[in-house]
Write a protein that binds this ligand. Structure first.
Ligand SMILES: [Zn+2]
Length: 117
């Protein structure tokens, strides 16, 4: 599997991960994804397949409702980089807009009906 590199806008949160070739994304209509407007990967990354490098404790975590999903973002620039998935706790779903070399606005995507789950 290829290795991808990603970062938030200011660069205080950097990550690299192994994933299948990125040719499609997912969007979701749940309460938080609708507000983020993010294009996520259509795969989840095993914790052993992601390397997260954060300077000076800049990674913040937002939780709500069941507190199972962990929505991570950079404290400095506010960008959502990845989250730990609700349906696969401890595994990561990444924001493709943060991934180097991915033309996120050109990717086809599937819409997940997270609002009904
Ligand atoms: Zn940042």
């Amino acid at each position: 599997m290829p290795v991808y590199q990603g970062s938030c806008h200011c660069g205080n949160v950097r990550f690299s991960f192994h994933a299948p070739e990125i040719v499609e994304g997912v969007r979701c209509n749940c309460s938080i994804c609708e507000k983020k407007g993010a294009m996520m990967g259509n795969f989840v990354v095993d914790p052993s397949d992601i390397d997260i490098q954060v300077s000076d404790d800049f990674l913040a975590t937002y939780e709500f409702a069941t507190h199972i999903a962990k929505h991570h973002f950079c404290k400095q620039c506010g960008i959502y980089t990845f989250h730990q998935a609700l349906r696969k706790p401890g595994h990561y779903r990444v924001h493709l807009g943060c991934v180097d070399g991915v033309d996120v606005l050109a990717l086809p995507y599937e819409l997940i009906d997270g609002a009904s789950l």
